[in-house]
Design a binder for this molecule. Structure first.
Ligand code: HEC
Length: 237
């Protein structure tokens, strides 16, 4: 009898713990479902994948407080997840280059351009990728990229992750948190003070990155590559 009672109490606390976990897990997924669902389908280098290639650009350059996050939704445009981008991004599948989402990136007047000055214009290759994604039907494709950790280096492995997922906020005259991540020296500084890995591992004592709170962690593969690069001496290679 005692045993049963004890077991019941224990099960109850397990249940409470799992419910708590569930609440957090849901909250986590709704905001930025960055980690692609593992479908076992290998990635096609010619296809554009929304969650891993387009959303990080929009998250770090557009879906910010005061701009196009769900709360601010300037001009009704919300760019924080696939459904909202499709619903509000004025995407023109029939004439992709006429899509507002793409057109605003190329405006010559820096006041009309997105992101507006003083933020820098998106790099040409990111603009081209957004256009290609629309040309391919603005789909939400998923694939299993695997994780190739041979020949991990700063330029080939680390900087591309930072350019895509961090630099939008961490560049220019007043980078977020006063943390610039525009080149090797900037990044190395954050390796040395522990904040690069602390923030992406969501370690206590650091602000969790990517921002804002509740955003999905970087995919495991990105974190693993950064750690390997650091373990190998964090060289400018
Ligand atoms: C949407 C904007 C945004 C994105 C995207 C973003 N950050 Fe940040 N980051 C911030 C802000 C804002 C702060 C300052 C937060 C604070 O002080 O509470 C910050 C702070 C930091 C810090 C200092 C943290 C600390 O506790 O000392 C580091 C390091 C950092 N970011 C790295 C990154 C990396 C690496 C990425 C990409 C994986 C990234 N950030 C993506 C906005 C962003």
């Amino acid at each position: 009898m005692f045993k049963i009672q004890f077991a019941t109490v224990r099960n109850f606390s397990l249940l409470a713990a799992s419910l708590l976990l569930l609440v957090f897990a849901c909250k986590h997924q709704i905001i930025t479902p960055e980690e692609p669902i593992d479908t076992g389908v290998p990635c096609n280098p010619d296809s554009v994948y929304f969650n891993s290639q387009i959303l990080p650009i929009l998250a770090s350059n557009c879906a910010q407080s005061g701009c196009h996050d769900a709360q601010s939704h300037k001009e009704g445009i919300i760019l924080d997840n696939y459904a909202n981008v499709r619903a509000t991004g004025e995407i023109n599948l029939g004439n992709p280059s006429k899509s507002e989402l793409y057109k605003v990136l190329n405006k010559t007047d820096p006041g009309d351009r997105m992101p507006p000055a003083p933020q820098a214009a998106l790099p040409l290759e990111q603009r081209a990728l957004i256009l290609k994604w629309i040309e391919q039907g603005a789909q939400n494709l998923t694939c299993d990229a695997g994780c190739d950790t041979t020949n991990v280096g700063f330029s080939a492995s680390v900087m591309p992750i930072i350019s895509l997922k961090c630099k939008g906020c961490h560049q220019g005259a007043s980078p977020s948190g006063n943390v610039a991540l525009t080149n090797f020296n900037d990044v190395k500084k954050r390796v040395d003070d522990g904040s690069l890995m602390g923030s992406i591992n969501h370690a206590s004592g650091f602000t969790a990155m990517p921002y804002p709170a509740g955003s999905a962690k970087l995919p495991e593969c990105d974190i693993r590559k950064m750690q390997i690069w650091i373990n190998n001496g964090a060289l400018n290679n």
